[in-house]
Design a binder for this molecule. Sequence first.
Ligand SMILES: [Zn+2]
Length: 564
Amino acid sequence: MPSIELNSYVDMPSPLSVEFQKGRITLGKHRMLMLHAGAMGSLRRELIDTLGMEWARRVLTRMGFVSGELDAGLVRRLMPNASDDDLLLMGPMMHSAEGIVRVSPLKLDIDIANQKYYAEMLWEDSFEAEVHVKSMGLSPEAVCWIQIGYACGYTSAIVGKRILYKEVECAGCGDRHCRIIGKPIEEWEDAEAEARHFEPIRVADQIIQLQEEVQHLRYSIDDQVAMGEMVGTSAAFRDTCELIHKAADSQVTVLLLGETGVGKEVFARSLHSISTRAKNTFVPINCAAIPEELIESELFGVEKGAYTGAQHSRPGRFERAHGGTLFLDEVGELSTSAQAKILRVLQDGEFERIGDTRTRRVDVRLVAATNVDLKQAVEAGRFRADLYYRLNIFPVIVPPLRERKDDIPLLVNRFLEKYSARHGKRVTGITERAMETLLKFDWPGNIRELENMIERGVILVGPNQQIDVKQIFPCVDLSRTMAGGAPAPGGEAPREAPASLDHMVESALNQSASLEQIEQIMLTKAVERSNGNLSSAARLLNMTRPQLAYRLKKHQAVPDGVTD
Ligand SMILES: [Zn+2]
């Protein structure tokens, strides 16, 4: 009968036996199981999808705790003459031997007789972090729940009092390794909150409570949306957050730069909410959405009789933002006259309502945003240089989604929560294949595009089902596929094209047309239809203006009379 011996550095009788014919593995007298780590990963994911993060965490932490307690009892029986100090060191060894994680002590200050316990351990190659990242992507919080439970269960059983371990670094959050610290529970500041992860769960009670919370969330979710979307763990995201935090402490004017759809307003709101102005109003205005002739009255207000139709006096956005923050989106679209007035408010805090002679004063923190190159606009004479320098004191680049793809799983979860609450529909997540497709896509429309896709998915999928590729990318988007040079969304999965598009492609193939030719025809037609205006041609093609300009240049097909 084949049997495998476990070698240990201490004097322990050979405890592991594998009896293939009997279908039994035993360690000491305990029956053990050999499972695929992938199967544990799948169980873990199902628990998270079914119960949510917090409850899944409790179930797994308790499972680890029991496992640690059992191992402690086992080594005590196997090594009756060993001291408690020796037994403590067997815990990490058992954990490594069971294939869970490689443990090495970093700092130990333990005196069991005097109830003193401090331990710091390095965890390398954690199985739990590995399966979590594989199935769910990087997490904002530590994820080695079974392992932490094990460390607590094992140590508490040997020491004879409650020792609590916490992960202070975790490979599941993108750290290089996991690192844990263990102390008696009462020495932790947040002992009560941490102890909750070890409490049993009565699922039925929880479900009723959750339903009530969902009802409540459904009504309050819109207010929270802006903050809730500030999720991410990618390096690019963290860098931007750090700058926002630095800016928030001061009163400096901030200029947010970045492509359309990257969530500049979300960052602006978050800056406001962590600044000293948080208790006052945040007033957003999109300069491109308001006609040029109305923008000044919107910004600065109007006095009665200033022009035909001004029957009442009303304050503008600057006055409404007094004491708070004004967010000027697409600031590059402002008229020259509005630019001059904004410069004056920034310099002196003064302005007049339209049609008024009285000078008013405001205290407003300005956050501006743009997706155009303001410096270029200055060179072209479309934007005042003095205003540009004034705005550009503290520029913050908000990264495009393709540079923070690590955040996609988190954002997807966030949008799933938001839209399943809004549409009153329970969705159990998205399939692995759909997630892979999202991760491969190059996201020219950034977070806004991802959000739209997830909302579409929530609407199209059946209740209690997972969203799959076909609900996220329901039809071929030919211009996109060609424009971005990205792999067709959906990979090899067959997708349905609208009949007319299908017909067009058939006939193009019959004439052996090349992709280049088709692309060139589409680009030229779109520019013609927009009378040479590149911005509106780009909208027709569902791409950004710079992308279109680049493609046209590539084809050397810049038609005469092209404008912005
Ligand atoms: Zn970890």
